[in-house]
Design a protein around this ligand. Structure first.
Ligand SMILES: [Zn+2]
Length: 179
């Protein structure tokens, strides 16, 4: 067996050792949550799939006109965050009026419904980039950075949040439960 990192740091496994140690210290000292909240005090306000669709489709039209119009964009509570990275982009074929029609859809992990605007931006950019680049290769990340210059920093911060949750921390931007 290899010397694997502690379970809570699995989201950071691809980062340098020194960064993982820093994250571990923040986590151990109980300061990771407040560090995240200081940096990202507010949640975005997109509550519905309809609002999410309009947001994502507007971005696509602005930056990626040559890609096909999206048929659906939704928050999906069934997305397993680790397995599918963070979201899911699919091209499904559906029978419509007796004809098979390709449908382009993007599913965003429901976790991102309660998240600050930059986190939503990171995951949306990631999934939009997949409309053109399938794999997580150099061309893919170049496109992500073109769409969101802070992409890499944001992906790291999203992963720090996932680390916080994995370690048993509470959701930081969840709205107060209604009575
Ligand atoms: Zn991906």
């Amino acid at each position: 067996m290899t010397n694997s990192p502690p379970k809570a740091l699995k989201y950071l496994a691809a980062y340098p050792e020194t960064l993982q140690q820093q994250a571990q210290r923040l986590l151990d000292s109980g300061r990771l949550a407040s560090w995240l909240l200081d940096k990202y005090p507010q949640a975005h306000g997109l509550r519905t799939d309809g609002a999410l669709y309009r947001h994502v489709e507007a971005l696509r039209q602005e930056h990626m006109r040559q890609t096909p119009r999206l048929d659906r964009v939704l928050f999906d509570s069934k997305i397993h965050v680790v397995r599918h990275a963070l979201g899911l982009h699919t091209m499904v074929s559906r029978v419509q009026g007796g004809r098979l029609k390709a449908q382009h859809e993007i599913r965003i992990g429901a976790l991102f419904r309660d998240a600050p605007p930059p986190f939503l931006s990171m995951i949306v950019v990631h999934e939009l980039a997949h409309l053109k680049e399938r794999d997580h290769d150099r061309a893919f990340y170049r496109l992500c950075e073109h769409l969101e210059p802070d992409y890499h920093r944001l992906e790291l911060d999203v992963r720090l949040y996932l680390t916080h949750l994995e370690a048993g921390g509470e959701r930081l931007w969840a709205p107060a439960a209604s009575p």
